[in-house]
Write a protein that binds this ligand. Structure first.
Ligand SMILES: Cc1cc2nc3c(=O)[nH]c(=O)nc-3n(C[C@H](O)[C@H](O)[C@H](O)COP(=O)(O)OP(=O)(O)OC[C@H]3O[C@@H](n4cnc5c(N)ncnc54)[C@H](O)[C@@H]3O)c2cc1C
Length: 461
């Protein structure tokens, strides 16, 4: 029997395993290797209220384990090709959308409860945004919320386990080797063992991206294409500022080209009545956000990211390191995430405990009051300030003194591999999917990439 080994049990790896089992049933042995814990054993001391600050668990239970980085997320499945990744660079637009709709169908099947929260695009907002030179991206959004998302992941785990998919938790893969002339073409090594396979799917997400890039450069002689890094802040405002739009379309994905530099700034990951949270990427503490579908668990604020994309040209080829270095300044100054009132930032003042205590907007994350102008490069900071004033024209209240900015939020997309339309690398039988391959940056697109590769392998078989 042939074997497929999948590294990573996030959205992309799980949907690859799911679809492979559906299509090839018992014709294929499917193994999933995951450095984190099973869905029942993922525990973050911050979420459990045991500590306020990140204590650098290894591996981080937020980013690793069954369900990957999406497990404790808000579970927003954006069914669109307008944002959430670059799958359409490889797959026809209609097919990519079809894959995401299929993922949505599977989620509905796996859920034992009603999933009624779907937000459809509303064109009136697009027109309104255009009046202010703001560009609203549109998509259908299925919002699961953190609790339902976790319950669906548990169903997925039970289904895959009972279907014969073998999970190897707490198994970090250290090395990948490919051979042309052996019965099994691939060998992956953990601390304890070596595992062989006929096909290899790399689905390591953002947390495994740096490791994977090193494997490509040093071990596999695979070429990496330079990619971008997005650096910015998480903005928190009273929920009323955005409630008209979040009530109708849940999330406003808006792009704006700044007048000062011509850079694109975008809003990302909006969480109505949500909470600002920390995230740990390879020991660097950054900021993120989430919200619950159960309204009674909501906060009085809405948060979202404001990100500035930076693309680099030769000779620099390590955007990942650039993003980490910026985030590390906030860790150095604040011991983690910094928070600053917008009025203090534009007024050239540090936010201190006293000023924060006076803020009408109450922070949902206990971060260190500080000065983001000592952390973010001038260009990104100017871009963010300009965008907030622009957003204020559409959403009055956005540029208030007490709008809170948390830094730093960084979206690492890692380097992108050269891949075929099948998402196959230059090594036959080896595929790269999801966020770790640099082709996606969302649950929907990552899951869709897993389904796509499973279908490619099933056609070969
Ligand atoms: C707090 C938070 C909230 C989010 N909210 C949303 C949202 O609402 N909607 C949305 O679309 N997206 C959201 N995202 C992004 C989304 O989670 C990712 O786009 C998605 O999880 C990518 O799936 P993936 O399979 O590519 O990678 P991941 O989910 O990151 O999974 C990769 C897995 O591989 C494992 N791994 C890595 N290296 C190795 C190795 N060497 N050996 C073994 N295992 C390894 C990791 O432990 C991880 O479990 C959120 C992310 C975070 C962190």
């Amino acid at each position: 029997m042939k074997t497929v080994n999948i590294i990573g049990a996030g959205a992309s790896g799980l949907f690859a395993a799911y679809e492979l089992h559906k299509l090839l049933d018992d014709k294929l042995e499917i193994n999933v290797f995951e450095q984190g814990h099973s869905i029942y054993d993922r525990r973050c001391p911050i979420l459990e209220g045991k500590t306020r600050n990140c204590i650098n668990c290894k591996p981080c239970a937020i980013m690793s384990g069954f369900g990957g980085a999406g497990a404790f997320s808000d579970g927003k499945y954006n069914i669109t090709t307008e944002y959430g990744g670059w799958l359409t660079d490889y797959i026809d637009d209609k097919d990519a959308l079809g894959l995401m709709e299929y993922v949505d169908k599977v989620i509905l099947e796996l859920s034992e409860e009603e999933l009624e929260e779907v937000y459809e695009p509303k064109s009136g907002y697009k027109k309104e945004a255009l009046k202010h030179d703001l560009h609203l991206l549109e998509g259908r959004v299925r919002h699961l919320g953190t609790e339902k998302n976790l319950r669906i992941l548990k169903s997925m785990y039970e289904y895959l386990k009972s279907s014969g998919v073998k999970f190897h938790f707490r198994t970090r893969i250290k090395n990948v080797n490919a051979y042309e002339d052996s019965r099994h073409r691939f060998e992956i090594e953990s601390d304890e063992d070596i595992f062989k396979s006929d096909y290899l799917i790399i689905a390591v997400g953002r947390s495994g991206a740096e490791w994977f890039a090193r494997q490509c450069r040093e071990n596999l002689a695979l070429r990496l294409i330079n990619n971008q890094v997005d650096v910015g802040v998480r903005v928190e405002v009273p929920a009323q500022v955005l409630e008209d739009i979040t009530g109708e379309i849940y999330e406003a994905k808006i792009k704006y080209r700044t007048k000062a530099y011509g850079d694109i700034v975008r809003t990302f990951c909006m969480n109505p009545n949500g909470y600002v949270v920390t995230e740990n990427t390879d020991g660097i503490i950054t900021v993120n956000g989430h919200s619950f579908s159960d309204k009674s668990l909501g906060s009085e604020n809405t948060n979202f990211a404001l990100l500035v994309s930076s693309r680099f040209t030769e000779p620099f080829d390590d955007p990942y390191a650039y993003g980490k270095r910026i985030a590390s300044f906030s860790n150095l100054l604040g011991g983690g995430v910094l928070v600053q009132r917008f009025g203090d930032l534009t007024g050239g003042r540090r936010t201190n405990h006293h000023r924060l205590a006076q803020s009408f907007t109450r922070p949902t994350l206990e971060a260190t009051p500080g000065d983001l102008s000592l952390v973010l490069p001038k260009r990104q900071l100017d871009d963010i300030i300009e965008m907030i004033f622009q957003l204020d024209k559409m959403f009055p209240g956005m540029a208030n003194e007490d709008t809170l900015l948390y830094g730093v939020e960084v979206k690492f997309y890692s380097s992108r591999l050269e891949l075929s339309e099948e998402l196959e690398t230059d090594i036959e039988g080896m595929y790269a999917i999801g966020d770790g391959s640099g082709t996606t940056r969302s649950l929907s697109q990552a899951s869709a990439s897993g389904v796509h590769v499973a279908r490619v392998i099933s056609l070969k078989e």
